[in-house]
Ligand binder design. Structure first.
Ligand code: C5P
Length: 217
C-alpha cells in the first residue's frame, strides 16, 4: 500500500470525507491541510490582523503553533479551534491567507513534520503537486459546482448554520476561482494524478473506485 496518498480538488468535492474513510479503513493518519489554513485565517483575523496585508499575515502565522492531533483536532497555541474553523466565513479567511507564498511555506513545514515516518492520507489543493510531489498515489477528486454547493449547503444546515444554497454556490465558485488563479501553488491536477469525478455518485461508489486505486498500488 502507498505510504502517502494525496487527495486534491476544488471545495466541496468530498476530499475530506474520502480521506477520513481511507484513514479509518486502512489505518492511515489523516492530514487535513485546509484546516491549517482555516486555523491561521481565523486566529489572525481574531487578532485584528488585516488579511490583505501580506507582511502582517506572515508575521502572525509565523508566531503560531498549529498542531493536528491523531484524533483530527486542530490546536492553535494549545487551544482547540476544531469547531470554530468549520464555518463558511472561516473558509473565506483560509482562502485569503492561502494566497501568500510564505504562509504556504509555513503550512507545508507543519504538514511535512507531522507526516514524517508515518503513513498519511492528506487532502488539500496542492497536496500532490507541491506538498508531497513524491506521493505514490495522487487523486484529484472533483464534481460539478452545483453538486459541490449542494453538499456544502446540506453540511452547513446539519451543523445548524444558516445559509442559502445560492450563497454557498457563489462561495464555492469564488473559492474555485481564487484557488486556481493563485500565483503560487495554485489548484491544478497534479502530474500523475487519477481524476475521479464524483458527480452523481454515492459515497460508497466513490470509495469503491478509490479502494481499487489503493489496492493496485
Ligand atoms: O479544504 P478547505 O475548504 O478546508 O480549504 C479552505 C481553503 O484553504 C481553500 O479554499 C483554499 O483556499 C485553502 N487551501 C489551500 N491549499 C490547501 C488546502 C486549502 O490553498 N492544500
Amino acid at each position: 500500500m502507498p505510504e502517502i496518498i494525496t487527495i486534491d480538488g476544488p471545495a466541496g468535492a468530498g476530499k475530506s470525507s474520502v480521506a477520513k474513510e481511507i484513514a479509518k479503513r486502512y489505518g492511515y493518519l489523516h492530514l487535513d491541510s485546509g484546516a491549517v489554513y482555516r486555523a491561521i485565517g481565523v486566529v489572525c483575523s481574531e487578532r485584528g490582523v488585516d488579511l490583505n496585508d501580506e507582511k502582517a499575515v506572515v508575521e502572525c502565522a509565523s508566531d503560531l503553533s498549529v498542531e493536528l492531533t491523531d484524533s483530527g483536532r486542530v490546536l492553535v497555541d494549545g487551544e482547540d479551534y476544531s469547531e470554530k474553523i468549520r464555518t463558511l466565513e472561516a473558509g473565506k479567511l483560509a482562502s485569503k491567507v492561502a494566497k501568500f507564498r510564505e504562509v504556504r511555506e509555513i503550512v507545508v513545514r507543519i504538514l511535512r513534520k507531522v507526516a514524517k515516518g508515518r503513513r498519511v492520507v492528506i487532502d488539500g489543493r496542492d497536496a500532490g503537486s507541491y506538498i508531497f510531489p513524491e506521493a505514490e498515489l495522487k487523486i484529484y477528486l472533483t464534481a460539478s459546482p452545483e453538486e459541490r454547493a449542494k453538499r456544502r449547503y446540506l453540511e452547513l444546515l446539519r451543523k445548524g448554520e444558516s445559509a442559502s444554497y445560492e450563497e454557498v454556490l457563489r462561495e464555492v465558485l469564488d473559492r474555485d476561482e481564487s484557488d486556481k488563479r493563485r500565483e503560487f501553488a495554485p489548484l491544478v491536477v497534479p502530474e500523475g494524478a487519477v481524476v475521479v469525478d464524483t458527480t452523481g455518485k454515492t459515497f460508497e461508489e466513490v470509495m469503491g473506485i478509490i479502494e481499487g486505486l489503493i489496492k493496485n498500488k
